[in-house]
Write a new protein. Structure first.
Lengths: 387, 230
C-alpha cells in the first residue's frame, strides 16, 4: 500500500510538469535565500560563537576608544583566579584604500598567541614573528584575499596612530576551528609602543584592551568583579566581561540590521508558503472528481489527505534539497565577494536544519486547506466535477 | 421486481430532498422498491426525475432524509461515513458515465486500486487484475494510460475496476452516455455477461431506451416517484 501511495504521490506531482517545476524553482530560491540570510546572521554572531568561556576582556569603562595604562597588566595578573593576561590595541590602519578594510591588532605577541591557541601557526613562523619587531602575522582568509605571502611587506596608513607603517609578513595563521576568524592581522605591540614613545609620548604605554584567561570558567563573574574592583575610583575604571559578552556588545550595535535580515528571511518563507498553497489548491480543485471517485471506491478522507500532503511535501522536499545543496557554493561565492567583511562565513548545521524544517512546514501548511476541503467534499458533489 | 429470488435491495418509503436557496426541493418521495439478487435493472426517466439520486442512495454515496434502505439485509442508512466507505469497498462496484479513471495510473493500476483496500498479497492482486482485464478484453492494454485508450476501452477498464473486488452489486450511471453506438453495445453486452455469467446484480441509470433494453427489467421515475411504464 505504501509503495502505491508513494507512486501515486510522485505521479500526481509530475502531472503538470511546468507548474511543479516553477513551484519547485520558487522553493529552491526561497530556501536558498533563507539559508543565505541565516548564514549572514550567523556570520554576525561568529565572533561571539567563537569566544572561549575561559577568556575575559577588560576595557575602559567609558568606552573601548579610551585606553588603559599598561601597568594594569600586573595588577590583573595578581587577581585570584586569573591564569594569564595579554593586551592589545585596535590599530585601524588603511591598506592602500579605505575600502580595503580588515582588522589589525597590535598585540603582545608571545602572551597573545598563548591565550589564543586557535590561531594555528607553524613553530618556524611563530619564532620568526616573535623575533621581528616589524613582523606581522595574517590569517589565511586575509592572505588569500590580498595575496599576502611570507616575506611580503604590508604598508598601512595609520588613522588612530598617525603615520606610515610598514610590516613584514612572518607567518600565515589558520583557524583551529571553523569559527576562528582568519581575516585579522596581528603585529608587535612593542613596535607600536616604541613609535608612540618617540612621536606621541603621552599615548605610549596605553592599552586598548586586556584579555584574561581564567582558571575556572565558572568563576567568570567573580573574577570580573574582582578585576573591576581593583580599578574603582581610578582615572581609568574598567569593565570586565566574558569574551562572548564583549563580542555581543559589537553585535548589539547593529542589532536593527540583524533583526531586519531575520525578518526578511522569514518573510521569504511566508511568500513561498502562499505560492505553494496556491499550487496545491489548484491541483486539488482540478482533481475533485478523482478524489470523489476514490471515496466512492472506499478510500477514506485520510487517504486523500495523505495524497495531497504527500505531494506538497514531495515538491517542497525536491525544492529544498536543491536549495540546500546550492547554499554551499552560493555562500562560498558570497563570502569571496564580501572579502573580510564577514571574517567567518560558513553554513552551519543549524542553518541546514532550519532550511529543512522550513520546507517541511511549507509543505505541510500549504496542503492543510486543500486536504480538508477534499476530504470533506461529498462524493455526489465531487463527481459532478467529472467530464 | 425480479423473480422468486431473495431481494438484495429493499427500499421502504425512501425520501430525499436537496436544499436550494434555503428551500428544500424534493427529489425522491415515498419510494418503495425491491431488487432481487442477480437482477439487471434499468432506471429510466427524464432529467431531474431523481434516477441518479436513487442510484447514489442505493450505492451508499448519498444519504436519504427518510425511509429504509437495506442492501443484503444491512440498513445502510444507519452506517457512519467510515462504515459506509468499508461497506462500499466490499459490496459495490461503480461504473460512471465519464469512466472516472485515474489519469496518472495505467489500466492495470486503475483496476488494482480497489484491491489496495484489501489484504490480498501482491501476487494475488496481479492475478485478479490480469483476469479482470482479460474478461473485459483488454489483456494487452494493461500498461496503457487512460489517455492512450478509446472511450469504450476506458469504460471497459472502469468495469474491470468495478468487479475486481467481487462486489454483489454493480451500479452504472449512464455507462454508455459518452460512447458511440458500437462501443455502447460492447459495454452493454459486457454488463449482461457480468449479470448472466457471474451473477452480479446490476442497476443501471440510462436515458437511452436501447441501453435499457439490455436490462432484464426497467423501472421509470418521474418527478421523484416511481411510475408505471409510459
Amino acid at each position: 500500500m505504501t509503495a502505491h501511495v508513494l507512486k501515486l504521490i510522485v505521479k500526481n506531482a509530475l502531472r503538470h510538469k511546468l507548474r511543479t517545476a516553477l513551484t519547485a524553482a520558487g522553493i529552491v530560491v526561497a530556501i536558498l535565500s533563507f539559508g543565505l540570510l541565516q548564514t549572514v546572521i550567523g556570520a554576525w554572531y561568529a565572533g561571539a560563537n567563537a569566544a572561549s568561556d575561559a577568556r575575559l576582556v577588560t576595557r575602559n569603562a567609558i568606552s573601548l576608544a579610551f585606553p588603559m595604562p599598561l601597568s594594569y597588566a600586573s595588577r590583573i595578573r595578581a587577581v585570584d583566579g586569573v591564569a594569564a593576561v595579554t593586551h592589545a590595541n585596535w590599530f585601524g590602519g588603511v591598506y592602500q584604500d579605505p575600502k580595503n578594510f580588515f582588522a589589525q591588532f597590535a598585540v603582545d605577541a608571545r602572551t597573545y598567541l598563548d591565550l589564543f591557541p586557535e590561531f594555528r601557526l607553524s613553530e618556524a613562523e611563530r619564532t620568526a614573528f616573535l623575533r621581528d619587531r616589524k613582523g606581522a602575522i595574517v590569517g589565511r582568509k586575509l592572505a588569500n584575499q590580498y595575496g599576502f605571502k611570507v616575506g611580503d611587506s604590508i604598508p598601512l596608513r595609520g588613522t588612530i596612530f598617525p603615520g606610515q607603517w610598514e610590516f613584514v609578513v612572518r607567518g600565515i595563521y589558520d583557524g583551529g576551528k571553523p569559527t576562528t576568524d582568519t581575516s585579522q592581522m596581528l603585529f608587535q605591540w612593542d613596535y607600536l609602543n616604541e613609535s608612540m614613545l618617540k612621536t606621541f609620548p603621552r599615548r605610549a604605554n596605553q592599552v586598548g584592551f586586556y584579555v584574561v584567561r581564567i582558571e575556572n570558567p565558572d568563576d567568570a563573574a567573580a573574577v570580573s568583579r574582582a578585576i573591576d574592583e581593583q580599578f574603582k575610583n581610578s582615572i581609568a575604571e574598567t569593565v570586565t566581561e566574558t569574551e562572548k559578552a564583549f563580542q555581543l556588545g559589537f553585535v548589539s550595535m547593529s542589532e536593527a540590521i540583524v533583526v531586519a535580515i531575520r525578518v526578511v528571511s522569514f518573510v521569504v518563507i511566508v511568500i513561498i508558503l502562499a505560492v505553494m498553497a496556491n499550487t496545491m489548491a489548484m491541483s486539488a480543485r482540478e482533481r475533485l472528481a478523482e478524489y470523489a471517485t476514490l471515496k466512492a471506491l472506499g478510500f477514506g478522507p485520510g487517504f486523500l489527505a495523505t495524497l495531497i500532503l504527500g505531494e506538497s511535501v514531495a515538491i517542497c522536499a525536491a525544492g529544498a534539497a536543491a536549495g540546500i545543496a546550492l547554499t554551499f557554493p552560493v555562500a562560498a561565492a558570497f563570502s569571496a565577494k564580501m572579502g573580510t567583511l564577514f571574517p567567518v562565513f560558513h553554513v552551519e548545521l543549524a542553518t541546514l536544519v532550519m532550511q529543512a524544517a522550513a520546507a517541511l512546514v511549507v509543505g505541510l501548511a500549504a496542503a492543510v486547506v486543500p486536504s480538508l476541503r477534499s476530504a470533506r467534499i461529498s462524493i455526489v458533489n465531487g463527481l459532478r466535477h467529472a467530464g | 421486481m425480479g423473480e422468486a429470488r431473495a431481494p438484495l435491495v429493499e427500499i421502504r418509503r425512501l425520501a430525499k430532498s436537496y436544499w436550494r436557496g434555503g428551500q428544500p426541493v424534493p427529489v425522491l418521495s415515498d419510494i418503495n422498491l425491491e431488487i432481487a439478487e442477480g437482477d439487471f435493472l434499468a432506471l429510466m426517466g427524464p432529467s431531474g426525475s431523481g434516477k441518479s439520486t436513487l442510484l447514489n442512495l442505493i450505492a451508499g454515496i448519498d444519504k436519504p432524509d427518510a425511509g429504509e434502505l437495506r442492501v443484503a439485509g444491512e440498513d445502510i442508512t444507519r452506517l457512519s461515513e467510515a462504515e459506509l466507505a468499508d461497506w462500499r469497498a466490499a459490496n459495490v462496484g461503480f461504473v460512471f458515465q465519464f469512466y472516472n479513471l485515474m489519469p496518472v495510473l495505467t489500466a492495470f493500476e486503475n483496476v488494482e486500486l480497489p484491491l489496495m483496500l484489501t489484504r490480498l498479497a501482491r501476487r494475488e492482486r496481479r492475478e485478479r487484475v490480469d483476469m479482470m482485464l482479460s474478461l473485459v478484453g483488454l489483456a494487452g492494454r494493461a500498461s496503457h494510460y487512460p489517455s492512450e485508450l478509446s472511450g469504450g476501452q476506458q469504460q471497459r477498464v472502469a468495469i474491470a475496476r468495478a468487479i475486481v473486488g467481487d462486489p454483489r452489486l454493480i451500479v452504472a450511471d449512464e455507462p454508455t452516455g459518452d460512447l458511440d453506438r458500437v462501443s455502447a453495445a460492447e459495454i452493454l453486452h459486457l454488463l449482461q455477461r457480468l449479470n448472466r455469467e457471474l451473477g452480479k446484480t446490476v442497476i443501471m441509470v440510462t436515458h437511452d431506451a436501447n441501453a435499457a433494453s439490455a436490462a432484464r427489467a426497467v423501472i421509470h421515475l418521474d418527478k421523484g416517484e416511481l411510475v408505471a411504464e409510459p
